[in-house]
Ligand binder design. Sequence first.
Ligand code: MRU
Length: 377
Amino acid sequence: MKINKVPYRTIWVKPGDPATIQVIDQRHLPHQLVIENLADLDQTARAIREMHVRGAPLIGVAAAYGVYLALRNAPKDSALDHYLRNEIQKLRESRPTAINLEWAIQTQLKAIESAGSIEQKIKIAFETAGRLADEDVKTCEKIGEHGLTLIERIAGQKKNEPVNILTHCNAGWLACVDWGTATASIYKAFDKGIQIHVWVDETRPRNQGASLTAWELLQHGVPHTVIADNTGGHLMQRGLVDLVLVGTDRTAVTGDVTNKIGTYLKALAAKDNQIPFYAAVPSTSIDWNVQNAFRDIPIEERNPDEVRYAEGWCEGEIKKVLLLPKDSPAKNYAFDVTPAKLVSGLITERGICQANQESILALFPEKRANLLAMGKK
Ligand code: MRU
């Protein structure tokens, strides 16, 4: 996607310097475009933990580059396995909910396992991280093409009025390498000349909707309106939402969708108002091992200060202001689980399916063997 008409990805190798990975530091958006250099695993883990980079697919690709950087910086005199295990643990502890993180680590470990020398491992890890980045772009574009069919169908029923899409958090290109998951269909529809308008949930406490989704849509010229998080139900009751489209950090193979806190409430309101609720789900965000999302998917709890304070642009810099009585306690659950029964469908790179195990496995039959091996099917 483009920033001021210049094409960007969210993560790339610094031109002429393969020892440095560059990312857009999203903490500064929408006010400033800041590019950050990552030179080792510690910097990468910190960038993930402190949300310089965020969004499940981007967390995965950043972690893959983190493993590459760890190998590059491996001390010559220590046992590689022990060193790598400790380094990777730092990535694992950075953010627990998005399954893409573990998926990327496992993909890297498998890719390098048979390489004989450290030089070979570094080369393979570099190529693998690059491949995962490129695949993420293709996956998101495919999701966009499948989701477009949904928007086209609704547009066909709307008779020259815009299709109103409500989205939560940022499941946009900033959350991936490019395109986005939920936003890919929006960009495809807009580029095809379909009239659309996006309701953007601000998404407290970190405001990814207000600061990131709104900025992306603005850069692309997509009509949109930012709303306070509690507005969606009211809009749905008034017939002002045609489709709810969200992303996911981890969707269980049973079809239960874990996503940014507040997604569940949007799904409940959508059900009550007979509005289609779809999740855009790359296969890298499916947890093929989880049968009980409510029990087995870890829900990240972040620093309560993110609830206690709000951040914004003031006199040329980002400032933080206290919202609560200073002695009031706060809690900061980052995600919730929307049960499959509230989900109209999942938009994957292989097509749209129902939110249930049979339907998901029909699109990804090669995963059936995993479940059989685990004695789950
Ligand atoms: O806490 P974040 O900003 O990493 O949460 C991001 C989301 O919840 C997104 O909706 C999800 O990762 C899907 S991104 C394509």
